[in-house]
Design a protein around this ligand. Structure first.
Ligand code: AMP
Length: 326
């Protein structure tokens, strides 16, 4: 089934004269890496085609991966093949123009609650969308060209979305794809330095914030980052959002949540877990994502506390069934 869809996607790519690639809003390493990686593979493989990336936002911390090239014109869309990667729903695409494309393809690894596209290749158990792009490349390696720059972008996405090859979903296919990329002589030291070094002010902020971590009755760890705190600390939304990772190693806290106040009155919630699945919980609060890494949005402190309560209950129920998990 998936092989057939991949064959259809490859045929659509080979037939198209103009290809436009998009990703989700507020992109992470996987969204940037998968789109930039495919963009570079297609440009190297088909110099005669017009290939573009088109998105309305980008991420500061992956800017080191390099230039995303010029945007297409609006008139390019009606004849174009648009490939959207790493994005579960139409609303989350960082490009509203995708709906006027001649053909729309979805390639994704999020839980597929909102299918879209003329062709859709979704594998929810994949550790990253980048892994899917690499395995697609490997399937058609006789017709496609990898470059060092494409490999670097794809590797960055694989590393970040799998938590450096730690999270659920990391398996032998992941390692086979990573091994293929390493043949391109990626500068690993530079890559990791760019992805994982923090400015000293962030290290100090994290130290202060660690002391503010709270735990619910059954052990859900949580942090609240107010708009005011962001402003006094001089933090961008992206920097503030990273506090979620401060809570990922607390024994007994199998679910952890970061609440980040946006500039409007909404509150971004980042949900993370091990063993317990939080995607359905996120789904009840205008969100979704993966089993153990989801995002949601709430619109008041009261709604945020309701989500926290639900998470606490979820963890309590899980603990009854599985007291052995740390
Ligand atoms: P985040 O905490 O924003 O990094 O999100 C974790 C995962 O959930 C990422 O793979 C996101 O793409 C996904 N996600 C975040 N927000 C939503 C949403 N509103 N709907 C569906 N998926 C989401």
């Amino acid at each position: 089934m998936n092989e057939q869809i991949q064959d259809q996607i490859m045929a659509a790519i080979e037939a198209a004269k103009t290809i436009i690639i998009s990703r989700h809003k507020r992109p992470d390493g996987d969204a940037v890496g998968s789109t930039l990686g495919l963009f570079r593979i297609l440009k190297a493989s088909f110099p005669e085609k017009r290939v573009f990336l088109d998105n309305e936002d980008y991420a500061e911390y992956t800017a080191f991966l390099g230039d995303e090239g010029p945007h297409p014109a609006l008139e390019d869309y009606p004849d174009a093949l648009v490939i959207v990667i790493d994005t579960g729903t139409l609303e989350r695409i960082s490009n509203p123009r995708v709906t006027i494309a001649k053909t729309l393809i979805k390639i994704d690894h999020h839980i597929d609650n909102h299918p879209f596209g003329d062709l859709s290749w979704v594998e929810e158990e994949r550790s990253s969308a980048c892994e899917m792009i690499v395995s697609f490349f490997m399937r058609y390696e006789d017709r496609l060209k990898m470059t060092k720059e494409a490999a670097e972008a794809l590797y960055a996405g694989m590393v970040t979305d799998s938590g450096r090859f730690r999270y659920r979903g990391t398996n032998s296919d992941t390692m086979t794809a990573a091994a293929r990329l390493l043949k391109e002589d990626i500068d690993m030291e530079r890559l990791y330095a760019n992805l994982y070094m923090d400015d000293f002010r962030i290290v100090l902020f994290n130290a202060r914030l660690t002391e503010k971590i709270q735990r619910s009755d059954h052990g859900v760890a949580w942090l609240w980052v107010s708009k005011e705190l962001r402003e006094t600390e001089g933090l961008s939304l992206e920097e503030a959002s990273n506090v979620v990772s401060l809570m990922d190693s607390i024994r007994g806290s199998l679910i952890w949540l970061a609440f980040i106040e946006n500039d409007d009155d909404s509150i971004r919630v980042r949900l993370r877990s091990r063993f317990v699945e939080v995607e359905a919980l996120a789904g009840r609060y205008h969100g979704g994502g993966h089993a153990c890494a989801s995002g949601a949005t709430v619109y008041s402190r009261k709604e945020a506390m309701a989500l926290l309560n639900d998470a606490d209950q979820l963890l309590a129920d899980f603990r009854k069934e599985h007291p052995e998990y740390l």
